[in-house]
Design a protein around this ligand. Structure first.
Ligand SMILES: [Zn+2]
Length: 499
């Protein structure tokens, strides 16, 4: 018998993973919760746990009623952030003492087929240091913030933020600058493809992750778009592609950095997880000596995300649930709340975010960040994609990055607190409502039919609201989170978060 050619490779990978595990548990103070989270993620939809672990929306964002809760939520892990940054800076000193000569990126028409990008040598880990561009300045600020964990970073950092990112033209013209990213210089008025490689694979088999960069001819903020951190969430890949490829570097103000498929390995296998079954979106900002997911997260966060002024991380529902196009945002953070006003025709759902989420780590680093949810996993859904592209275009116009004949649909987004309605019986779920429906208290949302006894168990709305997420028809058990209901909230004043 001949052995399968992949077998030696697989066993090697798992051996090395096994070897990593004890070290990571020993090294990181967050080792305990990490394991718990992993099990939890698999057991229930991340969307559900995110909402249920969320801090309530404060009655007024600046009130000092909740400052500690806010700080806790924003600083995902008080020990993790400085540790990650410390690693980066120590690498900066040791590996990058003499900054490698930068490569000028070729100007590529992104609409043409071009050769794949070349991965630059791995000295890029600490490459946030050379401060030539707006993004680099920001990265330095973020790093210095992280060096002082005692200081409650979010409010101060955030209030200072708009000055850096303000799109308003100065009286005297400011020149656009080169963007140095992934050890490569991208000149103003050009677009190109770069490659990010976290350096965790077998060197000879390493597969770089494409990073699309459009550096505008005019100065402005850095907007980052990430798709498929969960490898089976396809709508975001298409939202990033359409948005980035529609940009003209000659007329753009600022930079757009798009990573259509962050989790390439999950994407190729059609799964949300990394090869070690971990959820990448629970490991930011990561660390250099933790698990596989920690290392990938650390590499992405330091090589790319720290260059962003604004971040939109695009997801879909998971485990056969679908989401109305919506933002998830920590409305207790005034800067994030203000950021959400740039998105046209988007429901905005308050969620303070969970530890390890990219959005949470980015906000803690002083980056305005939201999650954009659209549709369900493993599908390409045209109307969901259109909604995402439309809203990102409205954001870029609002930020002064593009100037288009843009027709705004709503003067203000609608804000929601939210809760889940669960099935009380096992059986087959059939829904009577659709995404986006407005519902009233007592209304039947759907039925669970028992296939053996023929019993029909209605699921009723406990109060008024709107269906912002729901399970597709499927087999469910008692306790299954079936309907995600949004209750309109005023901001900054608001009703309490139910549940
Ligand atoms: Zn996701």
């Amino acid at each position: 018998m001949t052995r399968h050619p992949l077998l030696p490779l697989l066993s090697l990978t798992w051996l090395s993973l096994a070897a990593l595990a004890p070290a990571s548990l020993h090294a990181e103070t967050t080792g305990g919760p990490d394991e718990t989270l992993e099990v939890e993620d698999i057991a229930e939809d991340e969307n559900v746990t995110d909402i249920e672990q969320s801090q309530p929306l404060a009655s007024a964002p600046k009130a000092d009623a909740e400052p500690e809760a806010e700080t806790d939520a924003a600083q995902a892990d008080p020990t993790a952030t400085p540790a990650g940054t410390g690693d980066a800076s120590s690498n900066a000193q040791s590996e990058n003492g003499n900054a490698a000569s930068k490569v000028i990126a070729p100007n590529i028409d992104l609409k043409e087929v071009a050769p794949p990008p070349e991965v630059q040598p791995a000295a890029t880990e600490a490459e946030t240091a050379p401060a030539t561009a707006v993004g680099d300045t920001k990265a330095a600020e973020a790093a210095s913030d992280a060096d002082q964990p005692a200081e409650p970073a979010t409010p101060e950092t955030a209030t200072a933020e708009p000055e850096t990112a303000a799109p308003e033209p100065e009286p005297e013209p400011v020149q656009a600058t080169s963007l140095t990213l992934l050890n490569t210089e991208v000149l103003p008025g050009t677009s190109t493809r770069l490659a990010w490689a976290p350096g965790i694979q077998i060197a000879g088999l390493s597969q770089p992750t494409p990073v699309l960069v459009v550096n505008g001819a005019n100065p402005g903020p850095n907007l980052c778009l990430t798709g498929a951190i969960h490898g089976d969430e396809l709508n975001g890949i298409e939202i990033v592609r359409r948005t980035v490829y529609d940009l003209d570097p000659e007329s753009l103000s600022g930079r757009v950095i798009g990573i259509p498929i962050v989790n390439l390995q999950g994407f190729q296998r059609g799964t949300r997880y990394l090869p070690d079954r971990r959820d990448l979106n629970r490991h930011f900002p990561g660390s250099t000596d933790g698990s596989l997911a920690d290392r990938i997260a650390h590499s992405l966060f330091n090589q790319v995300i720290r260059h962003c002024d604004m971040l939109v991380d695009i997801h879909t529902g998971s485990l056969r649930r679908t989401n109305l196009p919506q933002l998830r945002a920590d409305m207790n953070n005034p800067d994030v709340a203000d950021f959400t006003r740039g998105f046209d025709r988007m429901a905005v759902v308050h969620s303070s975010g969970s530890d390890g989420m990219l959005r949470t780590a980015a906000v803690a680093a002083g980056i305005k960040a939201v999650t954009l949810e659209a549709g369900e996993s493993l599908r390409i859904q045209e109307h969901q994609i259109n909604a995402g592209v439309h809203s990102l275009n409205s954001l870029m116009e609002k930020q002064g990055m593009v100037s288009r004949m843009f027709v705004w649909g709503e003067p203000e987004p609608v804000y929601y607190n939210s809760f889940w309605v669960r099935a009380e019986h096992g059986g087959i779920l059939f829904s009577d409502v659709e995404l986006g429906d407005t519902i009233s208290q007592g209304q039947v949302l759907g039925y669970v039919a028992d296939p053996i006894t023929n019993a029909q168990h209605p699921i009723r709305a406990p109060r008024d609201g709107r269906v912002i997420g729901m399970a597709v028809d499927q087999v469910v058990m008692a306790g299954f989170a079936a309907y995600h209901i949004g209750a309109e909230a005023q901001t900054p004043e608001s009703a309490e978060l139910a549940d």
